[in-house]
Design a protein around this ligand. Structure first.
Ligand SMILES: [Zn+2]
Length: 215
């Protein structure tokens, strides 16, 4: 009798262990808000670009990886909206493995916009922001201002632009590596809204970068 009871208990325990637990709502990160701003696709006018990771497939989430799709590199990256240059790093020249690298030495430009959001343009070619585009921190830029060239510097598998829109922390927005601070679960990322695009940009789709229509 005792051993039968034990067997039943063991089976019951197995059943509990084998049943996948539903993900509690509290464990799922909150969905990201849409951006306050409406941005242009950050390539020179007329560039055909392909999305190879959108905000839902990119890891971590909320960022977009895109690449010029016409075999006409170097592709010119431009500001997604009017704003002010907050940070520039374009001194690196090495392509790294995102899996193997202890720390990613990405080149980047961060721009602050009047709506409070910042945009990031990462993996730019070495020297293309400071020497090519002659950018300095504090410069005011317009939507469409040339920022540098698409590259594969830092943790990048291929030439592409890593783009993100975020609502930064009020005191210190980014670290020296260009990564947003206080960004657990990517909570500061925003789903980028683009002009000339219906809905969110989607993985494997191609788009043509153009200026936004006048408001
Ligand atoms: Zn990326």
């Amino acid at each position: 009798m005792n051993s039968i009871l034990q067997s039943i208990r063991r089976l019951a325990l197995l059943a509990i262990v084998a049943t996948p637990l539903p993900l509690a709502a509290a464990d799922a990160p909150a969905p990201l808000a849409d951006s306050a701003g409406v941005y242009r696709l950050p390539y020179a006018d007329g560039t055909h670009i392909k999305i190879f990771d959108d905000a839902s497939t990119h890891r971590p989430r909320g960022r977009i990886d895109m690449t010029g799709a016409e075999g006409k590199a170097p592709y010119r990256i431009v500001a997604a909206a009017d704003g002010k240059i907050m940070a520039i790093q374009d001194s690196y020249g090495e392509q790294q493995s995102g899996r193997a690298a202890a720390d990613c030495r990405n080149n980047f430009v961060w721009i602050a916009h009047d709506n409070g959001e910042w945009t990031n343009y990462s993996h730019l070619r070495q020297g293309s922001a400071t020497k090519g585009a002659k950018l300095r921190v504090g410069d005011k830029v317009k939507a469409g201002t040339y920022l540098g060239d698409e590259g594969a510097v830092g943790c990048a598998m291929l030439d592409h632009l890593h783009f993100e829109v975020a609502m930064p922390a009020a005191t210190k927005a980014i670290d020296t590596g260009g990564f947003l601070l206080d960004n657990d679960d990517s909570k500061r990322e925003r789903n980028a809204r683009f002009c000339n695009v219906t809905g969110a940009v989607a993985k494997d789709k191609t788009y043509v970068a153009e200026a936004c229509p006048a408001p």
